[in-house]
Structure formats: structure tokens, C-alpha cells
Design a protein around this ligand. Structure first.
Ligand code: HAM
Length: 428
């Protein structure tokens, strides 16, 4: 027999999101869904796990995430899968599989799994909101995707967000740049940080991202990618910068922004919230991946998108502003208190909900006092009280729970009229 005295906790680096905090999640997701809809995106839902090859080929098997952080498992049919560490490769896998008409614009909300060292703002299961566009390399779409994120952050009340941009070039100009960077790193390798002295050869671009003073000193004297772009990539990047400027979106060029996945080409970007601690202040990031569809077995197809961490967005909001996020109404209109033991409450809540109102009720035939406590805690605007007197008279007492003036806060209504009376009171 199993030992039922053991209790369980959510795994390290994961967390439960319960009410009322989950109300903020609902708000955030609803707001993002609304933005995505207004920008012409439709929702895409893909499996939480994929053949491990989707990620090894997609994000690159030498990327930190694929090498050290992916949750890989063999199923009972001995197939090797990975829990998704990010949302882009699965969307592109679905695009290659279904070949929808292009440009294809998909949005998603998804958990993502990375075996990281957990800390505030860094989890083993985090959640992302994101969009992807496949089938166009028009710089206007880069501008549109960045604009969607920028305006969404403003809509949820974030004030101090900075946009960092860079261009990774396409394969050829990046390849040529990496060769020059490699020479520079080789000549200065003894001055790199301990970690990069060992691994700079494997992925020289990663050294650009190192936060250690020694690596920053070496790379700041070295070549930077934007100075080595071919004419086409330069033209694309300039058009993106111009487009952002025409919309009044301030972008700062950051030639060190190389991002963590191998699929990126040309435009890359990150949004940083200054209210958060340096190591976890990226609230969103993305870029172009013009080779990814081919890497996953499809026809050559350009793509671009971004993902934003829900937890970090809410942390940034909380750090900037005490007010919880209230974009859609998630408060109760009515709480029904019924001490009669008849089925009045059952009938009332059904009628109120059918009329589109949000309502809840007490159960277990508790005392009036204890039901009223629950009603007060529920945040409902009105309580509907049904006691023996109301039952006999075919009436209901309506109490305004937000009024301090007890005398004015109560009124009676006939049971058949109560839905109309409440609907009317809610408009005031
Ligand atoms: P990413 O930068 O790895 O990009 O993740 C996107 C966002 O997810 C980050 O900016 C951050 O807000 C959040 N995030 C990432 N890891 C964690 C974590 N361990 N804990 C909490 N939040 C986290 C991607 O995943 C790309 N798929 C984005 C993209 C879309 N590129 C093109 N299209």
C-alpha cells in the first residue's frame, strides 16, 4: 500500500497560479488575444512535446537550451521526445506539416520547459505569449511584429520598457563575420573569462553576450556584426529601423544581441523592463528565422516572431505599479445568500447567469452570518438574501455590498423581478 501521509509540492522551479492572481493571467492573455486578433493573427495550438529533432534542428543542438536545459524523454514506444523549451520551432513544424497559405500569422500562449537554475523570474516551467509570421521577408512585417509587442506592453501599463535591436545577417554575411570574430578571439583568448577561454571556438557569437568584464573588454575592441552586413541585409535592417522610427518607437542598436537559438537570421530584438533585476529583465524577445522552415524539412520560407514571458510581464508590472491588472471584468455581480434550505438559490443563480451576470452562492445551509462573510469576501457587488420571511413573501432582499450606508444599501424585489432590478442597478 502506498504511504498516503506524504504530501506533495509543485516541482522545484514550477508554481501554481491560483485565484485571485490567476485573474491577472486571464487579463493578460485576454488582452494579448485581442491584440493578436486586431493584427490579423489566429490562435495555433500544437502539442506540448515534439520529436526531439524539432528542437535539435530548430534551436540548434549546440545551443545552451538544447544541450543543458531540455526535458527529453523516451515514451513507451521508445520514441525520443522533448517537452517544448520554446514556442517557435513547434509552430514552424506545424507550418511545414500543414502548408497553410502564406503569409501565415499565428499566435500562441504556452508553457515552456527549461531545466534552469530557478530564481525570481526564471523557472523550469514558464509561460509565453507569442506570435509568428511565416511566408514573407518584407521588413514591414518585422516592424509590425515589434509594434504589436511594444503596444501590448503599453496597454498593460508597463512604462519603462526598452527595445534593443540588432541584425544577425543571413548565413553568408554572418559566416564571414564569425570568421573575423574568431580570429580576434583567438588573438585575445587568454584574456577571456574562464568559461569562454574553454568554449569560444564552439560558438564565438556567444562571447558577445558574456556579461564578464574581461570578455566585454575583448569584444568591445573587436568586430561587430552590423558593420559586416551584406548590402541586402543592411537594406533590410535600415528599412526596419526606419519603419520603427516612423511609428515613434524608439529602438537602441545593440550589436551584442545575439540571442540564444541558432535559428535567428537578420532582425533580432529584445524588450527589457528596467523595473526588473538585470539577469531576468528580458520580458520578451524574438527575431527572424529565414532558414528554419527548411531546417525542419519544408520549402524555403521566411519567418519572424517573438515570445514574451507571462511571469516576467507580471513581475515587471508589480514592480512598476501596485494596481492589479484589470482589463476585463472578472468580478462577481451577485452573491446569493439563502438560509431557507429550499431550492430558491439554485433557481436564482441559474436565472442570473442566463441573463449574463456573474454570480455565485453559498452551499451547505450555513447560518446567515457565515454566508454573509463569504459574500463579503467574494468581491460581489450585490448580495441577494433569501430568509424565511422573503421565502413566504415571494421576495428577495438586495444588499449593495459596496455601500457604507446600510439604510440605503437594502431594497426588496419580487422574486420574478429580481434579475431585471439587478441588471438595472448594475448600470448605475
Ligand atoms: P526567449 O528569449 O528564449 O525566446 O524567451 C522569450 C521570453 O520568455 C523571454 O524574453 C522571457 O521573458 C521568457 N522566458 C524565457 N525563459 C524563461 C524562464 N526560464 N523563466 C521565465 N521566463 C522565461 C524564445 O523562446 C523564442 N521562441 C522567441 C521567438 C519567437 N523568436 C522568434 N519567435
Amino acid at each position: 500500500m502506498s504511504d498516503t501521509s506524504t504530501t506533495f509540492q509543485a516541482p522545484i522551479g514550477t508554481h501554481d497560479v491560483l485565484g485571485p492572481e490567476s485573474g491577472q493571467w486571464e487579463n493578460l492573455i485576454a488582452c494579448f488575444a485581442d491584440f493578436a486578433y486586431r493584427y490579423g493573427f489566429s490562435l495555433a495550438i500544437t502539442p506540448m512535446f515534439e520529436d526531439v529533432g524539432v528542437f535539435n534542428r530548430g534551436i540548434g543542438q549546440n545551443s545552451e537550451v538544447a544541450k543543458k536545459e531540455m526535458y527529453v524523454f523516451e515514451d513507451r514506444g521508445r520514441r525520443l521526445f522533448a517537452l517544448r523549451p520554446e514556442g517557435t520551432a513547434p509552430i514552424v513544424r506545424a507550418f511545414v506539416q500543414h502548408q497553410p497559405t502564406t503569409p501565415w500569422k499565428a499566435w500562441y500562449v504556452t508553457p515552456a520547459f527549461r531545466y534552469e537554475r530557478p530564481q525570481a523570474g526564471r523557472y523550469r516551467q514558464h509561460h509565453q505569449l507569442g506570435v509568428e509570421v511565416l511566408g514573407t521577408d518584407d521588413p514591414a512585417v518585422d516592424v509590425e511584429v515589434i509594434t504589436l509587442a511594444w503596444r501590448f506592453y503599453a496597454a498593460i501599463g508597463l512604462k519603462s520598457v526598452r527595445l534593443l535591436v540588432n541584425s544577425m545577417g543571413h548565413d553568408e554575411c554572418r559566416g564571414a563575420y564569425v570568421a573575423i570574430l574568431r580570429d580576434h578571439l583567438e588573438a585575445n583568448s587568454s584574456m577571456l573569462c574562464d568559461e569562454h577561454q574553454k568554449v569560444w571556438r564552439e560558438n564565438p557569437l556567444r562571447v558577445l553576450d558574456c556579461k564578464k568584464a574581461s570578455c566585454i573588454e575583448v569584444t568591445s575592441r573587436g568586430p561587430m556584426l552590423p558593420d559586416h552586413l551584406c548590402d541586402d541585409c543592411r537594406g533590410h535592417f535600415d528599412a526596419v529601423l526606419e519603419g520603427l522610427k516612423s511609428l515613434g518607437i524608439e529602438a537602441s542598436l545593440n550589436p551584442r544581441l545575439v540571442r540564444g537559438f541558432d535559428y535567428y537570421t537578420r532582425t533580432t530584438f529584445e524588450f527589457v523592463a528596467d523595473a526588473l533585476d538585470g539577469a531576468q529583465n528580458a520580458i520578451g524577445g524574438g527575431g527572424r528565422y529565414d532558414k528554419l522552415a527548411e531546417q525542419l524539412g519544408g520549402k524555403p520560407t521566411s519567418g519572424i516572431g517573438f515570445g514574451s514571458g507571462i511571469e516576467r510581464l507580471l513581475l515587471a508590472r508589480a514592480a512598476e505599479n501596485d494596481e492589479p491588472l484589470r482589463l476585463v471584468n472578472r468580478t462577481l455581480d451577485v452573491f446569493v445568500v439563502d438560509t431557507t434550505g429550499e431550492d430558491v438559490a439554485t433557481v436564482l443563480v441559474d436565472a442570473l447567469r442566463a441573463a449574463g451576470l456573474a454570480c455565485d452562492r453559498a452551499y451547505d445551509r450555513r447560518s446567515m452570518k457565515s454566508q454573509m462573510k463569504v459574500a463579503d469576501k467574494s468581491g460581489a457587488r450585490f448580495a441577494l438574501l433569501v430568509g424565511p420571511q422573503e421565502l413566504a413573501a415571494g421576495e428577495v432582499t438586495i444588499r449593495d455590498l459596496r455601500s457604507d450606508n446600510f439604510g440605503q444599501a437594502q431594497q426588496k424585489a419580487g422574486r420574478d423581478d429580481v434579475v431585471a432590478v439587478i441588471a438595472n442597478l448594475l448600470t448605475k
